[in-house]
Design a protein around this ligand. Structure first.
Ligand code: FE
Length: 132
């Protein structure tokens, strides 16, 4: 198990940009097609923008046309936690980084049928692409 990171709200505010703070620590969502990784195709590992834990591989990134970077799998099931999210009148599954408990996005079951069938729909601002 990776060691958890625990920071105060003030520390997160200081470390993150206002937009990143809103998403990662307050469950906001960036506007569709606004994020820098929507059309990103270079190889690498997408890490948590708050704590650096590896989350997704470019190998599982695909074009879902939903407006956010989408992946059909995680690099390690222990690195994300799925939580039920009933906000905004919807019933969704929230994706959370296990190391720092930051909000990353949501996961849906309309992903590629020939893969896992899952679509991890993740905010660009919650990710940091580390090229191999
Ligand atoms: Fe994290």
């Amino acid at each position: 198990m990776t060691a958890k990171i625990s920071k105060s709200d003030a520390e997160w505010r200081k470390q993150l940009s206002p937009d990143q703070y809103a998403i990662l620590r307050r469950q906001a969502t960036e506007r569709p097609f606004s994020g820098k990784y929507v059309h990103e195709k270079s190889p690498g590992t997408y890490a948590c923008a708050a704590c650096g834990q590896a989350l997704f591989s470019s190998d599982t990134k695909y074009d879902s046309r939903c407006g956010w970077p989408s992946f059909w799998d995680v690099v390690d099931g222990d690195h994300v936690e799925l939580r039920e999210d009933r906000s905004h009148g919807m019933r969704r599954i929230e994706v959370v980084c296990t190391r720092c408990e930051s909000h990353l996005g949501h996961v849906f079951d309309d992903g590629p049928r020939d893969k896992t069938g899952m679509r991890y729909c993740i905010n660009s601002l919650a990710l940091d692409l580390q090229n191999d």
